[in-house]
Design a protein around this ligand. Structure first.
Ligand SMILES: [Zn+2]
Length: 248
């Protein structure tokens, strides 16, 4: 067990309705089971694909620690705080770029009649950045991070921010890195269950889905072909876990 001071970062994908995320479709007669299986596997495929892009962007700057639903937990304990925070923020901003780019690249999936593909244009990325002490514990071949600061980062995922695309920074990050250079920052206070009032700073990257000219030019047949190709080899969260050997 190691006690370190560093960054705790979460990247979370949201935008699917509870309907896609629940198993209610089972109840629809005839088409229910099949439709549910397609929606579930397409949702898992798309989310895994997008999470993978985010991990690829942050790997090296942060250590991937855990997959939690549609979110990934990362950490780092940099030796030198002069350059690192700005580099980290730059990388996190880069995640929003690659996320939207990937979503645009696979937007042909919208031609699939399933709910997961229909709603994919609503998917957005959020990131939570906190700095503080935490423990790195070895659990069999995995590492796990723990402590009050890890709990705080998770609790901040439930907040009153009226947007589904943002980077949330706690004050401890602001103390080591002035965030003003990012532009407009929303300073607010969130009530965190059991942890009291937490001052935070929020930056809104405001990435819009732009028309993908290649997909726009595609006819229905080409879109269906591209979609079938994309889903041919099912991608799952387990593939990511295998690749990065971290905990589920
Ligand atoms: Zn689909």
């Amino acid at each position: 067990m190691q006690n370190v001071t560093g960054f705790i970062v979460l990247a979370d994908i949201s935008g699917y309705t509870k309907f896609v995320r629940s198993h209610n479709m089972k109840k629809i007669p005839f088409i229910g089971k099949r439709a549910m299986e397609t929606t579930e596997s397409h949702a898992e495929h798309i989310i895994s694909d997008l999470l993978e892009k985010v991990i690829e962007e942050l790997e090296g700057t942060l250590t991937v620690n855990k997959l939690q639903g549609d979110a990934v937990l990362f950490y780092s304990n940099p030796k030198n705080l002069n350059e690192y925070p700005k580099l980290l923020i730059e990388k996190i901003q880069g995640c929003f770029e690659v996320f939207i780019k990937r979503l645009n690249d696979i937007i042909f999936c919208e031609s699939c009649p399933c709910d997961a593909c229909h709603q994919m244009g609503n998917l957005r990325l959020k990131s939570f950045v906190h700095y503080g002490d935490f423990l790195i514990k070895k659990v069999s071949r995995f590492e796990e991070i723990a402590g009050e600061n890890v709990i705080l980062a998770h609790r901040l995922m439930k907040n009153t921010i009226d947007s589904d695309e943002y980077i949330l920074f706690t004050d401890s990050v602001k103390q080591i890195c002035d965030l003003d250079y990012l532009g407009k920052i929303d300073n607010r206070v969130e009530k965190c269950e059991g942890l009291g009032d937490i001052p935070i700073s929020v930056f809104y990257p405001d990435k819009k889905i732009i028309d993908n000219p290649i997909v726009k030019k595609m006819g229905m047949f080409a879109k269906v072909k591209a979609m079938n190709n994309y889903f041919k080899k099912a991608k799952t969260k387990n593939d990511i876990i295998e690749k990065y050997a971290f905990q589920d």
